[in-house]
Design a protein around this ligand. Structure first.
Ligand SMILES: O=C(O)CCC(=O)C(=O)O
Ligand SMILES: [Fe+2]
Length: 251
């Protein structure tokens, strides 16, 4: 059982940002676009903390890129406002840059948030009707320094009582493209060491977990996966700019 008191405090702080998903907006996105075996993906998240990958169409990715090119990005401290052109992404600095797309302004994202199969997975995983806590796109850029940077290190999130993220790669992500990495089955109850260490260096992680627990999510743009980011996970440092979209469902 997770520390309910901390989470309920966190929850009340974050509640202001949470949007309840109106039932009437449940729409089945066209089958050609999002064709998933929802029961299989759900079973995988329950067992391992993350699902295998699936794809959305390049048409949808293009629509997300078109929207993305019109909005501005903030630094991790919430400061700054930079347009980052998908076709020629220039880093304002080496840190992470994010924006919160307004799903109401971008149908390509809205149809994902309200997709019946995606919502089914979120609801069944979270145990009740979810809310959409956060919609965010992140640019990550190559780093000048090689030393440990916690922004790119293993950690687990404590975003609310229970939460589930869906990630969508908007750029191609191979082993050099800053793939998302996860340690399987760490979404389950934490031991004392894990409770004390919300962040782990690679060395700490290597010492604690068997090799076969480490997974790296690669795929062309349009590649998606679900993850309970209460698991240890990290975005690795890319050799070229990476853009990722995340939808976060929570209760
Ligand atoms: O950039 C990534 O792949 C990981 C981001 C992350 O830690 C998160 O979304 O919780
Ligand atoms: Fe995270």
């Amino acid at each position: 059982m997770r520390a309910i008191t901390i989470f309920s405090t966190l929850r009340s702080i974050t509640l202001g940002f949470i949007r309840i998903i109106p039932k009437a907006k449940l729409n089945r996105t066209s089958k050609e676009d999002i064709n998933i075996d929802r029961d299989q993906l759900l079973a995988e998240v329950k067992e391992n903390g993350f699902s295998s990958t699936f794809n959305i169409s390049s048409k949808r990715v293009n629509r997300i890129i078109e929207y993305n090119n019109q909005v501005n990005y903030k630094g991790i401290d919430g400061k700054g406002s930079f347009n980052i052109d998908y076709n020629n992404p220039q880093r304002p600095s080496t840190e992470l840059w994010y924006t919160n797309p307004n799903a109401e302004e971008c149908d390509a994202i809205k149809e994902l948030v309200y997709n019946e199969d995606i919502l089914h997975i979120a609801k069944e995983y979270l145990g009740k009707e979810p809310t959409i806590k956060d919609v965010r796109t992140w640019w990550s850029f190559p780093q000048d320094k090689k030393e440990y940077n916690h922004l790119y290190g293993y950690h687990y999130d404590i975003d609310s009582y229970k939460f589930l993220k869906m990630f969508v790669y908007i750029t191609d992500v191979d082993e050099n493209g800053g793939p998302h990495a996860i340690i399987s089955k760490t979404h389950l109850a934490k031991d004392m060491y894990e409770k004390k260490n919300r962040r782990l260096t690679d060395e700490m992680a290597d010492n604690k977990y068997e090799k076969d627990r480490f997974f790296v999510m690669k795929g062309k743009r349009g590649t998606c996966f679900f993850e309970d980011t209460f698991s240890y996970h990290k975005g690795t440092i890319p050799c070229y700019p990476r853009l990722i979209l995340q939808l976060e469902f929570s209760i």
